[in-house]
Ligand binder design. Sequence first.
Ligand code: NAP
Length: 297
Amino acid sequence: MTTNILLLGADGQVGWELRRSLLSVGRVTAITRQHCKLTDKAAVTALIASHNPDIIVNAVAYTAVDLAEDESEQAYALNRDLPTLLGELARQRDILLVDYSTDYVFDGSKKEPYFEHDQTAPANVYGTSKLAGLQALQASGCRYLVFRVSWVYSARRGNFIKTILRLAAERDALNIVSDQIGSPTPASLIGDVTANCLLLLAVGIGQTGVYHLAPTGQTSWHGLAQEIVRHGQALGMSFAIKPEAIQPIPASDYPTPAQRPANSVMNTDKLQRAFKLQLPHWQEPLAHLLQEISTRS
Ligand SMILES: NC(=O)c1ccc[n+]([C@@H]2O[C@H](COP(=O)([O-])OP(=O)(O)OC[C@H]3O[C@@H](n4cnc5c(N)ncnc54)[C@H](OP(=O)(O)O)[C@@H]3O)[C@@H](O)[C@H]2O)c1
């Protein structure tokens, strides 16, 4: 029997990759902003009733971290209220719910990589609203798979990699924060791991629950910017800047409306063990994306 998958947020960085990766899991109905007003409870309930999915994958989120400080109502509507409703509907209809959480549920003060069970303490509205959504989803009693991800990038939409590629072409000097660390995560990896885990769950391998998902290794925003320029140059991309001209600065020299964690590194042992996965080092998928971009331009 074909597995029916309802994918919400199909035009986002992660949603776009899920459109592709979930094709190996079942029949995917891709829902974008145009199909349904996701802040309208009745509309979402009707959407789920009419599609009657076996699996809902929710890649929708209010992700404008700084703007969320002033637009908390919108952030809560998408990051808390939508997962709350989806959790209730999933429990009532015995649907498996897949959702995505964030490193921003942690305050970043831990010196080691974060485990799934570590104390949450979000330091901004985005993280607080995402945590509220996760807690509501867990309290609903539905079957869920939640991947906690961080530092997401892809060839689509705005992200750090695309910003650095643009700035490196325009400027011969750049100051980039060096005291915040994480593991840059391609949306394609999130899509692939989601599909793999769903396929494995269907044959009795792995368990539902919350999992940290990130490549291995870690770097700072400064280290990542240098790697983008270094690798881009090696691929023949033309930049105004040299990697060594990218200067490290403390986050205190680059104030933003939302506070960000100093440590976003997540321990992924639980995911790798439960689903017998091997995650790549963060430099590998980055090199792949840069090569793709360089051959396109
Ligand atoms: N990006 C990161 O670095 C990062 C880090 C940690 C966790 N995450 C989590 O990963 C998941 C996927 O994030 P992403 O990077 O793919 O985000 P994204 O590219 O910003 O995509 C967000 C999606 O939500 C949709 N959306 C936003 N507001 C909406 C509204 N009012 N009505 C309907 N749809 C709306 C967007 O639709 P449109 O395409 O129409 O705008 C888009 O499809 C989210 O749960 C996010 O919290 C992301």
